[in-house]
Write a protein that binds this ligand. Structure first.
Ligand code: GLC
Length: 718
């Protein structure tokens, strides 16, 4: 073991010769130190960590996973997986996020930088032990020390580097469906948004826009002129966001296939031939995204679509998902043949059934292909979790070449720690289940702790039929998630915000308009989190240390001023909320209406009508509200509103920038620093305008602890 001091409070313990994942930005200096906070057991080929948890220890982090914000009691496996049934005992979803924080008398973060399979048994097998099993003996372990959860998180986020920042329009509402199959249908969706006066910034193109599911092709029949269509749609206020899949169809004459073969850019099997698996188009090869030349090549292909006016993409099936391989199919078919005319019993019948179920995403297949990493041949299984990461990195590096100072929208399904620098993620194929709203709520802070700020779930659920109530309640939560997208699979009930009844459309319209009005807050808080290595969503115990806040799993802090308590149960007329200090409750029906209630510290049942989104403004904090428009670019926020809940004084920094370039990295952004101080029965307002030439007028609703409202307006001089 070699120990490095990487940063203040962060040590790296290196075992053997780990494969470089590029998850971490800093190398560190070698030091003499063997002070790991847990036992390690090194076997010939594997590695195990054991930590005895105290009764009160909580375990946070682990990003995209099932179960609670506190992960204690579960077992989780980092091995990116295309599994569309996110039921509670599923161990792996699409991401591999090996960072956790132990919160007890001892507080520390642990990052296992190993890109193959890692199992986190968090008191599942042995209730008092955290046991981490790694399928290898070469790895880096980082230990992050700090006195609070936020401090540990901030340090970890600093270690792995600053978050991806999407364009501001990608904070607008987005509509998807597998698939809006042709230009006519896409246009009809856009017209429906316009007709129903529902804001929306983008419409997605799922796999049917392609010719036979071939990456970087466009169906001539369904989208005869994508360039002019994209332009027409943009003029109506909608960007088109096409999907890109990992597998490249094997087809003579298809240029991407031919080039990949010529240049040797595909993953290979043990005989050195391009590895064959089947996904949407049938047989495909997988680009070797771990080979930097192949990555560059694939990344450059996005230009084929950006040249047509496309400004955003979603990368999919990049675990990589495998439907079947010849090996698997042959074994399954042999098994069927052997079963012919047999009297199948309890064992043989289920074995027969499973032989087909096990065709997809099979570890045997993942073990049977190889990457070329800097000239070294590496078995895929050892680096499985880097695949989606590097596909998205390919895109991001491609965009740099295409137009370095322009922000593109990019997010991925599979991911590993570090990918957050290149793009966001969505949480994959959930269901229109109430349980999945709650899962979405719990997952967001865990993802943020692992660096993934730009994320969100398929709002209203991907699979299964949504009713209007579920679509509304989910939208009322998702309006706070940076990625705010409604998506559903083929064959299920339509769930666009206008797809239900008139009343529900009205509620969804108001809810989505609320999102647009809150953009100054949501975007500003996102940018602050990204620039300060901080989280945007946090569990309550990041800020409150009382005994209840420690365990709240269904309320979140959003940015610095808000707490939310979403409704996630069918037919609920309200819910219980833990309020850790006085807060101002605003049940928003329409963002222009104001009606507040001061809530005292304690447990409360709050009634929440189907048309209400409850927002809690924290004490001595401000919520900034702009205006809506039908897309982000059209919003006029020269006059903004602030709701402030003031005991004595508060300061809030309203952040904004051009929303399209990376100039904020060069110090080009605007800040309005707003100070409010209670003096006797009045308030003194101070505004410091740093480079802001946009806000002309701020209207204040200042509410005190007794619920008295003072209205003020400040006109900002040039
Ligand atoms: C995968 C994706 C889903 C997409 C579908 C078709 O299941 O997760 O979002 O709609 O593929 O491309």
């Amino acid at each position: 073991m070699v120990t490095y001091k990487v940063m203040e409070g962060i040590k790296k313990y290196r075992f053997g010769e780990p494969i470089s994942t590029d998850a971490v930005l800093f190398e560190g200096d070698k030091i003499k130190d063997e002070s790991l906070p847990f036992f390690i057991l090194q076997y010939v080929d594997t590695f195990e960590i054991k930590y005895k948890m105290d009764n009160g220890d909580q375990i946070f982090g682990l990003g995209e996973n099932q179960r609670g914000i506190n992960k204690r009691g579960g077992v989780f496996e980092s091995y990116c997986c295309d599994d569309a049934f996110h039921i509670p005992d599923k161990k792996s979803l699409y991401g591999a996020h090996n960072f956790l924080i132990v919160n007890g008398i001892n507080k520390f973060g642990v990052f296992i930088d190993y890109p193959g399979r890692v199992v986190f048994d968090v008191g599942f097998t042995h209730k008092d032990y955290l046991e981490i099993k790694i399928d290898d003996k070469d790895l880096d372990i980082y230990i992050i020390k700090g006195s609070t959860l936020r401090e540990i998180t901030n340090k970890f986020l600093q270690l792995i580097g600053k978050s991806y920042v999407p364009p501001k329009w990608a904070f607008g509402f987005q509509q998807c469906r597998w698939s809006y199959k042709d230009a006519k249908e896409v246009e009809a969706v856009a017209e429906n948004f316009i007709k129903h006066d529902i804001p929306c910034d983008s419409i997605y193109l799922d796999i049917d826009y392609m010719e036979d599911f071939k990456d970087f092709t466009i169906s001539k029949e369904r989208f005869p002129n994508l360039k002019s269509f994209a332009e027409k749609m943009k003029n109506k206020g909608f960007r088109l966001i096409p999907i890109i899949d990992a597998g490249v169809k094997i087809e003579k004459g298809y240029d991407i296939y031919e080039e990949g073969i010529d240049k040797g850019y595909f993953c290979i099997d043990k005989d050195g031939n391009p590895f064959v698996a089947a996904v949407w188009p049938g047989k495909v090869h997988f680009p070797d995204f771990l080979n930097k030349d192949a990555r560059k090549w694939f990344g450059s292909k996005y230009k084929l679509l950006t040249d047509l006016g496309i400004e955003g993409f979603w990368n999919d099936m990049n675990e990589p998902a495998i439907f079947y391989t010849d090996r698997g199919l042959k074994e399954a078919i042999n098994f069927v043949e052997d079963s012919k005319d047999q009297n199948l019993n309890i064992y043989s019948f289920f074995k027969l059934k499973d032989s087909f179920m096990e065709l997809s995403n099979n570890t045997k297949d993942y073990k049977s292909f190889y990457h070329n990493m800097d000239g070294k041949l590496i078995n895929h299984d050892k680096v499985h979790n880097l695949y989606g990461y590097n596909m998205t990195r390919a895109a991001a590096e491609g965009f740099k070449e295409i137009e370095a100072n322009k922000r593109f929208l990019i997010f991925s399904r599979a991911s590993y720690i570090g990918m957050h620098r290149y793009g966001g993620i969505w949480t994959g194929d959930n269901h229109s289940w109430w349980e999945h709203i709650l899962l979405n709520i719990k997952m967001m802070p865990s993802l943020n702790m692992c660096g993934f700020l730009y994320s969100g779930a398929d709002t209203a659920g991907f699979q299964g039929d949504a009713n209007s109530q579920l679509a509304i309640r989910w939208t009322q939560f998702s309006l706070f998630t940076p990625l705010f997208r409604n998506h559903s699979t083929m064959g299920v009930r339509k769930q666009e915000p206008y797809a239900f009844d008139i009343e529900s459309t009205q509620v969804l319209r108001n809810t989505i308009k609320l999102r647009y009005a809150l953009l100054p807050y949501i975007y500003g808080e996102y940018m602050k989190a990204a620039r300060r290595n901080d989280v945007y969503f946090a569990p309550l115990l990041f800020e409150y240390d009382d005994r209840y806040s420690k365990h709240v799993e269904n309320q979140l802090l959003v940015g610095e001023s808000l707490m939310i308590a979403p409704i996630y149960e069918e037919n609920a007329q309200g819910r219980y909320v833990w309020i850790p200090e006085e807060m101002l409750l605003w049940k928003v029906k329409s963002y222009n209406e104001r009606s507040f209630k001061v809530m005292d510290e304690g447990h409360h049942f709050i009634e929440v009508g189907i048309d209400e989104t409850p927002i809690f403004i924290r004490k001595n904090k401000m919520l900034i509200i702009g205006n809506h428009a039908n897309n982000v670019a059209d919003i006029d926020n020269s006059e903004i509103n602030i709701i402030a809940f003031i005991d004595d004084e508060a300061t809030y920094t309203y952040y904004d920038d051009d929303g399209i370039s990376y100039e904020f990295n060069n110090g080009i952004y605007w800040e309005v620093i707003i100070g409010i101080k209670k003096i006797d029965d009045d308030y003194e307002i101070n505004i410091e305008n740093k480079g802001n030439n946009l806000v002309k007028r701020i209207n204040f609703d200042i509410v005190d602890l007794y619920g008295n409202i003072t209205k003020k307006t400040v006109v900002i001089s040039e």
